[in-house]
Write a protein that binds this ligand. Sequence first.
Ligand code: COS
Length: 388
Amino acid sequence: MVDFTLTDEQKALREMAHDFAEKEIRPVAWQYDRDGTWPQEIIEKAWEVGLMNTHVPEEYGGPEASYLDGCIIEEELSWGCSGIQTSLGANGLASAPVGLAGSDETKRKYLGMLTEAPKLASFCLTEPGAGSDVSGMRTRAVRKGDVYVLNGQKCFITNGGHADWFTVYAKTDPEAGHRGISAFVVDKDDTVIVDKKEDKMGQRASNTATITFNDTEVPAENLLGQENEGFKIAMATLDRTRPGVAAMAVGIARAAFEFAVGYSKERVQFGVPIAMHQAIQFMIADMATEIEAARLLTWQSAVMLDQGRRNTLASSHAKRFAADTAMKVTTDAVQVYGGYGFIKDYPVEKLMRDAKIMQLYEGTSQIQRLVIARETLLPRRIEEPVPA
Ligand code: COS
């Protein structure tokens, strides 16, 4: 049976997340955007009420929420501010590879760190020379006795400046392309250098850093899965996190849509509120349809995960469509506001800047199309490193 109705628990969860977004995030969102303020207080409050680390299993101290529940939360918090939600949600990306391929001991230690205190972790995949082309990475991990020694640089790392540990991808066999990458959990220590805090166009309340590993020694037991299995762990991770990013894009789009609807009823031109003009009505109608469609694709990609099914295609559909929708809806919201939309005193230009990153991080809209094209034209059986 296909049922798009949320359970009473899910409705309560949505209400709780919305309430948090409205009371704790919205009142400071535009100021934090302007100043690039790190939302430490909000992180602590969100952790306290259980809006972080939602996928961590109960045995490691988490609430073990479903992927759909995660998406419901992410849409609401991102409606509040997607930059702040990026800071709140990045633990999910960093901890997914641990959940997928870590030993019980590794999970207990590192997932436990996140659930015992409001600590942060970062996912280190991208490098200055390896963005979409993951297998082009140059960070090296060399086994020396009981440790791996890591050297290299990762960039655009969310929460990098505040993380206590990192999931890091490095070449263990540089000649083997994607089959020569391994994944590790790395503790923050003196050999892990946070080089740079990026000054970004949008999502300015999130921290984005460059991280350099300088002869960083990682205990061999911190290898995730098997040696040279890192590429597949990264891909399986992104399959699991892209629905959440899609949900965030829906949240941004919904925020812009609500502002545009409200403004169109107040702003008078040619003697009537502009909502009376068909030119505006059609823009509002398209926004409404696209947001609904984006949410349905998002939920589908999450529910497939909850059912234990591989969701590579569905997750790329959702991420691509929701991100492009957020960009279009926020751009049109600025259009509805006219010249005022371009002014920082009004709320929508922030949303348009925030939306842009949705088409870039966790795989650009072009990479999602590439995945969709491959899955459509050349469907293949993909062996995951571990069961879903
Ligand atoms: N789950 C598990 N395994 C997967 C997979 C998935 N979703 N997708 C691919 N694989 C496996 C393939 O089966 C293949 O396995 P074999 O070695 O057994 O043949 C291997 O991984 C390589 O796959 P593919 O040939 O598709 O790799 P490409 O180098 O062509 O890269 C893209 C694929 C471009 C899709 C990948 O590099 C990518 O997603 N890039 C974007 C990265 C990204 O999102 N960066 C954002 C930063 S993270 S915030």
